[in-house]
Design a protein around this ligand. Structure first.
Ligand code: ZN
Ligand code: ZN
Length: 113
């Protein structure tokens, strides 16, 4: 697993890998060039989900925390519309406990909305 701190300290190295990739020497190297969403500068990374040069520096921690909190709340237990069983939805918009219930609901003409 690539480490953000390591990447931050080794930009020169990653830039070289990126240039090699672009010139076709290492076409399968995972390195990418991103523009940091926090400070707007170029950053080289191997991490697929990366958006900031260094998260602790540019990521808005409060916002991210709020987001994951919301996701958590959205996934709290629900009661299945079809069989009445309490379940934890796999998706935040899931309203049926299982595929069987979903199919049953569709057959009965109950929609997700
Ligand atoms: Zn930044
Ligand atoms: Zn059910």
């Amino acid at each position: 697993m690539w480490n953000s701190e390591w990447e931050y300290r080794n930009q020169e190295y990653l830039k070289e890998r990126y240039e090699e990739k672009m010139s076709g020497k290492r076409p399968y190297h995972p390195v990418r060039k991103i523009i940091c969403k926090g400070c707007g500068r170029e950053f080289y990374t191997n991490i697929e989900t990366k958006k900031y040069c260094l998260y602790g520096l540019c990521g808005n921690r409060g916002y991210q925390k709020e987001l994951s909190q919301k996701r958590l709340e959205a996934r709290q237990d629900r009661v299945c519309k079809v069989c009445g069983k309490v379940f934890t939805p796999k998706r935040s918009d899931g309203i049926y406990c299982s595929n069987a219930c979903r199919q049953k609901a569709y057959r009965q003409g109950v929609t997700d909305s």
